[in-house]
Ligand binder design. Structure first.
Ligand SMILES: [Cu+2]
Length: 665
C-alpha cells in the first residue's frame, strides 16, 4: 500500500493529443474563472450570498448554471462522436479516435446529460418555482436543499477531474457488468462513474424528500392540492419518483463498488452472483428516471400553453390524474430494457403491454394542451414555440416508443441506432425543450428583465432543425441494422446518413451558441428588456403577484388562495389592492442564515470521491470522518436564523405598490 494509492504520473493525459487538449481546456477554464473572480475580488460576495445561501431561488439558479456548463461539455462529446462516425468508414484505424477514447465519450456523454444536465436543470427549476407557486417562504428543509445542491456539484466536479486525472469509464452510462467488473475494467474509470453517481444520487434523493415535504406541508392557506398550478403537481410526482427510484441506483452502484473494491460477487455469474440482478436494479431506477426527466417539462408546458393562450388549462383534473398514472405506471415497465435477455414470452408480453399503456395518459395530456390552445389568443413567444415543437416531436418519438414496446420488433432493432434515435427523440423535446421553455418563461421573475426574443428565436430554430437533421437519420440507420456505439464500420451505405447526422449536430451547436449570445445580449440590454411590473407575461399563478426578482422572503404577507389561477382572477376582478406601507402592519420574518455546511460538504465530498477512486485510503477515512462530524456538529449550532425587520418589508411593499402604478422605482 502506498501513500497515494493508485495515483501516479501515468494518470496525467499524455497518452493522446485529444485527451491532453481536453484536459488543458478544463484546467485553463477553471483557472480563468478563478482568475476573473479574484481580479474583481468577488470571493466574499459569492461565498456569502451564493455558495452558502439557503435561499431556494439562488440554489435553483446554481443548479441551472451547473447544467449549462455540463451541457457545453457533453455537447462537445456528441460532436466528437458524430465526427468520428462520419469519417469512420473502412479499416479499424478509420476516423480520428481510438476505440477506447470513443467508448469514454459515449459513457461520459450519457452520464453527463442524464445526471448533470437534465437533473440539475429540473431540480433548479423546481427549486426556483415551486415555493413561489404555492405561496411559501422557503422549502421545508433549506439546509438539506443546500447540501443536495453541493452533493450534485461534487459529482460534477468529479466528472471534470476525470477528464484531467485518469480516464473515465468505457461501459456506457448504464455501467453494465460484467464489463464494469474489475476483471474487464481494471482502470479507475468505472470508479469515477460509481462515485459521481453515488454523490449526486444521494443529493437527488434528499431533493425528492425535500420537495414532497414542501408541497405537502408548506402550501399557503387555501391552496388545496386541486388548486395547485400544474407545475407543482408534476413536481410533486417527480419528487416522489426521486424518493423511490434513486435508492435502487445507489444500491446498484454500491453493490458494484463492493464487487470491485472488496471482491464480492453480486454480479459475476461464475461465482454465485447474477448479472441480471444489476439489470433489474438499474432499470428499476432507470425507467422511472425517464419520467423524472419528462414530468417537470409537462408541468412547464402546461403553465406556458395556458398563459400564452390566455386561457385556463383545459382538463385540469384529467392532467393531474394523468400525471399520477404516469408516475405509478413508470415502475411497472422496467423489463422492456432487456426484452432480449431471455425472459419468457409471457413476461415480455406483460411488460410490453404495460409500456404501451403509458401512452394513454400521455395522449390525454397532449389533447388537453391542444384544447387549451383551441380558441385562445395565442402569443408565439419563445417558450410557446418550444411547447409547439415539443408536441409535434414528442408524438413522433412516442410512436417509435410504442413500436419498441412490441417485443418482436424490439428483437429486430435491439442495440441499434433506432434505440438511440428513440430516446433522444423523447428526451430532447421532452426534457431540454421543456427546461428551455421554463427558463425563458421564469427568467424575468429571477432577474427583473426578459431574455432577448430575437436570439431566443434563432436558438430555437437551430435547435429544432438540428434535432431533425441529427436524429431522423439514426432511425433509418437503425432499420438498416447499424448497431449503436460503433467506432468504425464497413457498410458504405451507412456513411451518407452519418454525415447528415453530423451536420445536424453542427446545427444544434449553433443553437447552443445562440443561447450563450442571447444571454450576453440580454444582460447587455437589460435596460430595454426590464420588467418593473413583476408580471411580464400576464401570468395566472402566484409567482407573478410579487416583485421581480422576489425578495429573500418571497411574500410580504402570505397569500390566501380561494381558487385555481388565483392571480389571474384577482386581476380580472380588480382584487389586487395596494399593500400597506406601514411597518406596524407586518410581522418580522425569520429566514435561515448562511451556512458553510453546503460548500464544505461539496468540497470534502469531492475529495472523498477522489480518494475512493484512487484507493487513497487515509484520505478517504479522513474526509469520510469530516463528513460525518460536520453533520453531527451542525446539530449543535443554535443560532440558525435571522429576522427580516418590518421596516424592510414595508419598504419592499412600497416598491411593489409603485410598480403596480407603473412608476419606476
Ligand atoms: Cu424504459
Amino acid at each position: 500500500m502506498t501513500l497515494l494509492g493508485k495515483l501516479s504520473w501515468d494518470a496525467l493525459p499524455f497518452y493522446s493529443v485529444i485527451a491532453f487538449i481536453a484536459a488543458m481546456v478544463v484546467v485553463v477554464a477553471a483557472l480563468l474563472i478563478a482568475g476573473i473572480i479574484t481580479w474583481y475580488w468577488k470571493w466574499p460576495y459569492l461565498w456569502k450570498h451564493w455558495f452558502t445561501t439557503q435561499d431556494h431561488k439562488k440554489i435553483g439558479m446554481m443548479y441551472i448554471i451547473l447544467a449549462f456548463a455540463m451541457l457545453a461539455r457533453a455537447f462537445i462529446e456528441a460532436m466528437m462522436m458524430r465526427a468520428q462516425q462520419a469519417f469512420g468508414l473502412g479499416a479499424e484505424s478509420a476516423g480520428y479516435l481510438p476505440p477506447e477514447h470513443f467508448n469514454q465519450l459515449f459513457t461520459t456523454h450519457g452520464t453527463l446529460m442524464i445526471f448533470f444536465v437534465a437533473m440539475p436543470l429540473l431540480s433548479g427549476l423546481i427549486n426556483f418555482v415551486v415555493p413561489l407557486q404555492i405561496g411559501a417562504r422557503d422549502v421545508a428543509f433549506p439546509l438539506v436543499n443546500l447540501v443536495s445542491l453541493w452533493l450534485t456539484w461534487a459529482g460534477g466536479f468529479l466528472m471534470m477531474v476525470s477528464l484531467v486525472i485518469g480516464r473515465f469509464a468505457t461501459g456506457g452510462w448504464s455501467g453494465y457488468p460484467p464489463f464494469t467488473e474489475l476483471s474487464l475494467s481494471p482502470g479507475v474509470g468505472v470508479d469515477y462513474w460509481i462515485w459521481a453517481l453515488m454523490l449526486s444520487g444521494i443529493g437527488t434523493t434528499l431533493t425528492g424528500i425535500n420537495f414532497v415535504t414542501t408541497i405537502w406541508k408548506m402550501r399557503a392557506p387555501g391552496m388545496t392540492l386541486m388548486r395547485m398550478p400544474l407545475f407543482c403537481w408534476t413536481s410533486l410526482c417527480t419528487a416522489l419518483l426521486m424518493i423511490y427510484a434513486l435508492p435502487p441506483l445507489t444500491v446498484a452502484t454500491g453493490l458494484l463498488a463492493l464487487d470491485r473494491y472488496a471482491g464480492f460477487h453480486f454480479f459475476t455469474n461464475d461465482a454465485g452472483g447474477n448479472v441480471m440482478h444489476y439489470a433489474n436494479l438499474f432499470w428499476l431506477f432507470g425507467h422511472p428516471e425517464v419520467y423524472i426527466l419528462i414530468l417537470p417539462a409537462f408541468g412547464v408546458f402546461s403553465e406556458v400553453i395556458s398563459t400564452f393562450s390566455g386561457k385556463k388549462l383545459f382538463g385540469y383534473t384529467s392532467l393531474v390524474y394523468a400525471t399520477m398514472c404516469i408516475a405509478v405506471l413508470s415502475f411497472t415497465v422496467w423489463l422492456h430494457h432487456f426484452f432480449t435477455m431471455g425472459g419468457t414470452a409471457d413476461v415480455n408480453a406483460f411488460f410490453g403491454i404495460m409500456t404501451m399503456v403509458i401512452a394513454v395518459p400521455t395522449g390525454v395530456k397532449i389533447f388537453d394542451w391542444l384544447l387549451t390552445m383551441w380558441g385562445g389568443r395565442i402569443r408565439l413567444t419563445v417558450p410557446m414555440l418550444y411547447s409547439l415543437a415539443f408536441i409535434v416531436t414528442f408524438v413522433l418519438g412516442g410512436v417509435s416508443g410504442v413500436l419498441l414496446a412490441i417485443p418482436p420488433v424490439d428483437y429486430m432493432v435491439h442495440n441499434t441506432l433506432f434505440l438511440v434515435a428513440h430516446f433522444h427523440n423523447m428526451l430532447i423535446p421532452g426534457t431540454l425543450f421543456g427546461m428551455f421553455a421554463g427558463i425563458h418563461y421564469w427568467f424575468p421573475k429571477a432577474t427583473g428583465f426578459r431574455l432577448d426574443e430575437k436570439w431566443g428565436r434563432r436558438a430555437f430554430w437551430f435547435w429544432v432543425s438540428g434535432f431533425y437533421v441529427a436524429f431522423m437519420p439514426l432511425y433509418i440507420l437503425g432499420l438498416m441494422g447499424m448497431p449503436r456505439r460503433m467506432v468504425t464500420y464497413e457498410v458504405e451505405a451507412w456513411q451518407a446518413w452519418l454525415i447528415a447526422a453530423a451536420i445536424g449536430a453542427i446545427l444544434i451547436g449553433l443553437g447552443i451558441a445562440c443561447m450563450f449570445i442571447m444571454l450576453y445580449v440580454s444582460i447587455r440590454d437589460r435596460g430595454r428588456l426590464q420588467d418593473v411590473t413583476g408580471d411580464p407575461w400576464d401570468g395566472r399563478t402566484l409567482e407573478w403577484s410579487i416583485t421581480s426578482p422576489p425578495p429573500e422572503w418571497n411574500f410580504d404577507e402570505v397569500p390566501v388562495v380561494t381558487r385555481r389561477d388565483e392571480w389571474w382572477y384577482r386581476k380580472q376582478n380588480g382584487e389586487m389592492q395596494q399593500k400597506s406601507e406601514d411597518p406596524g402592519d407586518y410581522e418580522p420574518i425569520d429566514v435561515p442564515k448562511w451556512s458553510l455546511i453546503g460548500p464544505s460538504l461539496g468540497m470534502v465530498g469531492t475529495a472523498f470521491g477522489f480518494a475512493m477512486v484512487w484507493h487513497v485510503w487515509w484520505l478517504a477515512i479522513l474526509t469520510g470522518g469530516i463528513l460525518v462530524s460536520m453533520m453531527i456538529g451542525r446539530a449543535f449550532v443554535k443560532d440558525r436564523e435571522r429576522a427580516i425587520h418590518t421596516e424592510i418589508i414595508a419598504q419592499h411593499a412600497r416598491l411593489w405598490n409603485m410598480a403596480q402604478r407603473g412608476e419606476h422605482p
